[in-house]
Ligand binder design. Sequence first.
Ligand code: G6P
Ligand code: MG
Length: 219
Amino acid sequence: TIKGFAFDLDGVLADTARFHSQAWRQIADELDIPWTEALESGIKGIDRMSSLMLILNSKGVADNYSDEEKEALAKRKNDHYKELISTLTPDDVLPGMHEFLADLKANDLKMSIASASKNAPFILDKLQISDYFVGVVDPSKVKQGKPAPDIFAEAAKILNLPPEQVVGLEDSEAGITSINDAGEISVGIGDALQLHAAKINFPSTKDVTLAQIKAHLNW
Ligand code: G6P
Ligand code: MG
């Protein structure tokens, strides 16, 4: 039976995917790299430097930049992103998620955070939801980011549960792959075609309920 939930943060709990996009888009504009739907969804879930590489490679210009220049671009994105997230309040918890977290807690289900973001603790604090979680994966301490299983595997360890007793929630393709390969039950939130590898799918955060998940899993 299911005993724990591992949450992605950006785009699942926090309305911050738009800020990642906005901050990267500004860098892309400066570098004359066209912003596309593929970039918009491709940067979801993958770490900061992988996002920059995806953007540079979309125009085949990654080799034009030294490692130092890439570090500087990634830092500039993060400085802009940090400005944007400094305005977050509890109202920026995505629709339905306050209720979902409270329901899980009332049912004694354990929760952890499986985000690739180094800004996750700051965001949880701003949203005032840190106390729901027994722990937050430190992405700088895992070998490989999403789509590798490491981050979701670590989130189950934090819960002290075997992966098959853990449900993972994600809005990105990379994240769904990470959940599935960690041996957990994947819940995709967003476009069902794009997140087709998810075991269960919800169009939006407001559709996610414990009752629905239980019904899908015959639990
Ligand atoms: C999340 C977002 C990605 C972002 C990554 C790293 O997974 O979905 O778009 O690149 O976190 O975030 P950071 O805040 O460390 O740059
Ligand atoms: Mg996400």
